[in-house]
Structures are given as structure tokens and as C-alpha cells.
Design a protein around this ligand. Sequence first.
Ligand code: GLA
Length: 397
Amino acid sequence: MDAVAAIALAKGGQTPMPLDKSHAVAAFTEHFGEPPRWVVRAPGRVNLIGEHTDYNGGFVLPLAIDRAVWIALRPREDRSVVVHSIDFDTLAEFNLDHLAKGDIQWLEYLKATAWSLQESGYPLIGWEGVLLGDVPLGAGLSSSAALEMATARAMAAAAGLAWEPAVMALLGQRAENQWVGVQCGIMDQLISATGKAGHAMLIDCRSLETTPVPFPPGVAVAVLDTATRRGLVDSAYNERRAQCESAAQFFHAETLRDVDLDLFQRLAKDLDETIGRRALHVITENDRTLQAVEAMRRGELEALGSLLNKSHASLRDDYEVSSDALDAMAEAAQAHPACYGARMTGAGFGGCAVAVIDAARADDFAQSVAVAYQERTGHIAAIYICQATNGADVVES
Ligand code: GLA
């Protein structure tokens, strides 16, 4: 992807450049009076295509974006983890030997990750540091997975543990499922752990095999935040999961990954109509994701874009996880001449859309789409032209 690092904001103003390690070092030094021992980061993500397929053992094609959670830290002699959140301006701590639920929301993700690592037998040590980030919260860009992976990376650095990205992603997912209580799939943690600069990542969510797919030259990825959020997303998400499981049972398959369109068409007449549409989305979305990988490899941008557009229609009509705001945003993006294709991204009901666009016309795209979206919905969008970055890493030690 072209080096378009600028962030275009809807109202024409300039947002700050993404955070980098100097911000983390400066924040740590201000609090502790000396530079940190390590600085770690873990990125947020946007999913290009392959939506609501991960918990069906299917394929996804996300990229890690240049918006991340940063932790600067140094080890402690005792078993405490003491963290100053710069964004919430809060100092909080917990003890690795007495992990219990509390009410500081951001701290729960750190505890959850510590719990998950210790449950799997990883020997952790105490540390202290600062936490900061620029992944928009609750926008569907996986700020929680980024926080879990940054915590895991910090814990591993402090305790001198080997960093195995897929293992850490699974532990992050378990932290989210069992401590935080959100039944997410594996996509968000895995891309935050394994992202590769300049590439999207094809993930086989059954085998967890990851295959980097380079962006063709001249292409940019725009993240289009609708500025809408919907609280009911968790219950709707769990309901979709249950519907997919019952569809898989109907086809005597372990997951919908094992059901192809042929089988679906032969048997679907006996399936509940709603469950059938859910299954149809997942089956066709897996196909579209694999086709999107081929289109990227061949540089066929029109074909790639058309797959994104079809994915949006399927999520809107068959899976029913879009919203008026997401539809308006996807349509505004699709109508712009610089756009190859656009769709809602993430769990749905609010949050962000994603568009694949001509990098040379990114500024005009961002301005025009923001205006069109505001005219139609009254909401003020935030539009980020993103770079694909590496996954969680130690950037200074
Ligand atoms: C959320 C979940 C992911 C995935 C997407 C939908 O982001 O955390 O695991 O299921 O929704 O594709």
C-alpha cells in the first residue's frame, strides 16, 4: 500500500498523526523520572472481507492498522502490576496472586489477560508502566483485542517469555470470552498479534494458518466511522452464533465452513427461512473471501471491490447486522469514483465501514464521502486512511 499515513477528518480538520514510541517513552519518563525498560505496541484492525465467518471456522482477511495500544514499562520486584492510563488519567493496579474482578473497565482487560496466561502456566512477574492508545474505542476497530495483545506482549517482555503470536491470540480470546464475557471469535486477537506491514492477512480460522496477501500498488484502505454505536450488539452477536450452530447441525456439519453452496441449495428448503439466510451469508462470504485474495494477488481491483459490495449486501439482507448509518456510509463510499468497493466491517449495527480506494484520490474521497454521509444522516463521520502495519511487537528494549 502507498505510504498514505495522513488521517483525513470529515470536517476538513487535521487529526494528529498516529502515536509512536516517542509518545510512550515521554509519558513513561514523565511519570517515573527515567526511560522505560521496554515499549510494546499492539494494533487495532479493520477487516477487508470475511465477516461473521471466524466463529464458523471460516476465512477472514483483516489488516492490522496504524492505530495501536502502547505500553511503556519496567519490571517490579513484587507481584503487582501498576499502570497509569494516560487516556483515562487513572492510576490503577492489581496483584498477580489475587486476581479478582473490579470496576475499572480498561483494567479488566489487563487482568483478564494476566489470568489467561497464568491459567496456561506462564510464570508472570510484576511491572509498572504507562498505557496509551489511539484505536477509537467501541468503533469496531478492536481496541479490546489490541489492549489484550499489548498486555500479553508487555507480560511476555517483563517475564522473558517466548512470543508465540497464535498462542497469545488464543489466550487473549479466552481472556475476552471467559473474563470479560464477550463471545468473540479469533480474528481480532490473531490479526493484532500477526499483522504484517503492507499486507492483509488471510486467516483460516479453523487451522489458524495465516497467509500474508500484499496490497497491490496504488491502493489505500479507508476506515469510515459512522459515529454511531449500538449497545445491543452483544446479544445480536450471540444470537447469530447460535443460529449458525443450529444451521451447521441441520447439515450434519461441524461448522458452516464444511457446507458448500451445492449442499445448501439441495437441502435449504427444509431449513427455517431465517436460519437459512444466516447460513447462506456465511457460505457465500467464505467464497468471497477466497476470491478476494485471488483478486488482490492479480491486482484486479474492480473484482476485489465488487466482492466487498456483495459482502455488504449479504450482511445487510441475509445476516441482518447492518444499520441505516452503515448502509448510508457504504453507499456514499461506493458512489465515489475513487472507490473500488465498500462494506460494513466488524460485528455490525454501528461502528465502521471499510473501503478500498485509489490512493491518489484519497483526500477527495474522504472529504466528499464525509459530506455525502452527513447530508444523508446528520452524523459527522471520521475517516481514516490506514496503513497496514505489523502485529504486536516490542519496539524498544
Ligand atoms: C467481532 C468479533 C470477531 C468477528 C467479528 C465479525 O469483531 O470480535 O471475532 O466475529 O465481530 O466478523
